[in-house]
Ligand binder design. Structure first.
Ligand SMILES: [Ca+2]
Length: 290
């Protein structure tokens, strides 16, 4: 794990902010689902057709560099203005330093596309990981590997979580949630549906590629309606490790190093890959209250 703390020097410590927001018992619900198969994921056989998009995904977010040249014309785009004119959020309480979201307010307030895209990102009641609502994230075209982002001010949570599901069996996609500070990825939860594994903080398209991170579950293909929810818990900002990784409530890994060392995060990004037209559901991409 590289030492990449330089970029932090101008950021300050960040506010260990008030964790305003709601968390509607996703842990319990995920525990009930318990569908994550806890093997070490040797499903490295590449199902066809997906190599190129895997690599794209790799390139667009992997590696040691801040890696976001393509999507960040400049910082001010994201950090200064409040992204959503419709500021009538109800229960997601994004008045805190960092927006948490279980989408139960039937809104995607606070979320913005990283660049001009044809993707859609809309509240959906079709299925959810917790509560009744999630976001239906549709990839518009083959050229898009769209990202949507929720930007706040820097903070250092001890727990993060996110849940993804694919539209049932019809599509072929990879997806991830990342938590970043500016352009640098600090944590990554990578749902590699094409190669059937779920990894945390690892870079690579196959389980054998995962170096510092951990493969934490197999992902069956074709997927069912089931959400796979990952919780990064007991995050240790001094040691730069995630103390405990849980999948659907079950512990799967310990002391997983950060993707990049950092002192805080200020944004959540979700992305979907594949060959275009893919649909994914995202829920509970949030920072639960302490
Ligand atoms: Ca929800």
């Amino acid at each position: 794990m590289g030492l990449r703390r330089e970029f932090l020097s101008h950021l300050g410590t960040g506010s260990v902010g008030l964790m305003a927001g709601f968390y509607l018992g996703a842990q319990e619900l995920l525990g009930i689902q318990s569908g994550g198969t806890p093997e070490d994921g040797d499903g490295g056989d590449t199902s066809d057709g997906q190599g190129s998009s895997d690599e794209e995904q790799q390139q667009s977010s992997g590696g040691d560099q801040p890696a976001d040249e393509d999507q960040q014309p400049s910082d001010e785009e994201d950090t200064s203005d409040d992204p959503d004119p419709a500021e009538e959020e109800s229960d997601t309480a994004s008045d805190g330093p960092f927006t948490v979201d279980d989408f139960e307010d039937e809104s995607v307030s606070g979320w913005e596309p990283v660049s001009e895209l044809t993707s859609t990102f809309e509240p959906s009641r079709g299925r959810s990981s917790s509560g009744s609502w999630s976001v239906e994230f549709s990839e518009g075209s083959t050229d898009d590997n769209p990202r949507w982002e929720n930007v706040g001010t820097a903070e250092r949570p001890t727990t993060l979580e996110t849940a993804h599901a694919l539209e049932n069996g019809e599509i072929y996609a990879d997806s991830y949630t990342e938590w970043r500070i500016d352009g640098t990825v600090v944590f990554r939860v990578n749902y590699n549906w094409s190669n059937n594994f779920l990894a945390v903080n690892g870079s690579g398209a196959r389980p054998s590629d995962i170096d510092d991170g951990a493969v934490v579950a197999d992902l069956p293909w074709p997927s069912s309606d089931e959400f796979f929810g990952v919780t990064l818990d007991e995050i240790d900002w001094e040691a730069n490790v995630v103390g405990v990784v849980r999948v659907n409530g079950t512990e799967q890994a310990r002391d997983v190093p950060f993707f990049n060392d950092a002192d805080s995060i200020d944004r959540t990004t979700v992305s979907i890959g594949g060959d275009g037209g893919n649909v994914m559901f995202v829920d509970d991409t949030s920072i639960p209250p302490e």
